[in-house]
Design a protein. Sequence first.
Length: 279
Amino acid sequence: MSKEKSRTLDVDVDGKTVKIVVRRPSGSINTKASRVAAKIWNECVSDGIMTKKELSEFMKTRNIWDKEKEEKEQDLLEAISHLEKKLAFGTGKGGRVKASEGKQIAVEIREKRIQLRDLITERLSLEGNTAEALSDNARFDYIVAMCTYYENGEKVYKTLEDYDESSDDDIAYAAASAMAQMMYSLDKDFEKSLPENQFLNKYHFTNEDGALVNKDGQTVDLDGKLINELGHYLNDKGERVDRDGNPLDENGRYIPQVNYVEETKSKTKTPSKTKTDGK
């Protein structure tokens, strides 16, 4: 299959549709992009920004990412691999397996992936500020800036600086997303392609958005409790509740179920003093 050479996109800008074309970079643009990346890397190192190797040593020294976390990451990767095989081949004895049993395995894989993602989030966020990461970002930004055109063939960005100043707008975002998918073969439906999600979808345990559903098509959490699109728990009437079924209002506050009666103070008469003779 030949590589995709370009993509034409319709971008909504302030209510108007702007058509842009994102082209795969030529050899000369790739060469210039590499020079930009090398320059940024040298500047980062000169400014004292850590490389990935230096960051790794730093995180171990500060116990940000120690041997225990490395082992936990490896354990989770191995557990996911084992569960994927179990989902695909069952116990290895052949025969028929209930879809509900497969669902349990698929949901467990989901849970393991969440644990893995949460574990490495801190490391990945720190790695995003290394010399290598900043260098790679500069290379990619240059390519997007030089390979994004309007429908008439005019370049959207005249220079890299021009792109940097507009990198938060809708056109830049759409162009960068398209370029990333073309260059790195990023699948926008990556989550759907994971084996556990393919299984859950095939046997109707999820909806078209990949959310878990019950037999009636209602969205549920991992434990089968009803939830809405925001992840809020619901009762059978569709009303918001907490995990234990206690009623909540739309702001997530508990709705009082008891009436408190204000206590009234009893009026007591102050005994009058009795006058006695001579006093």
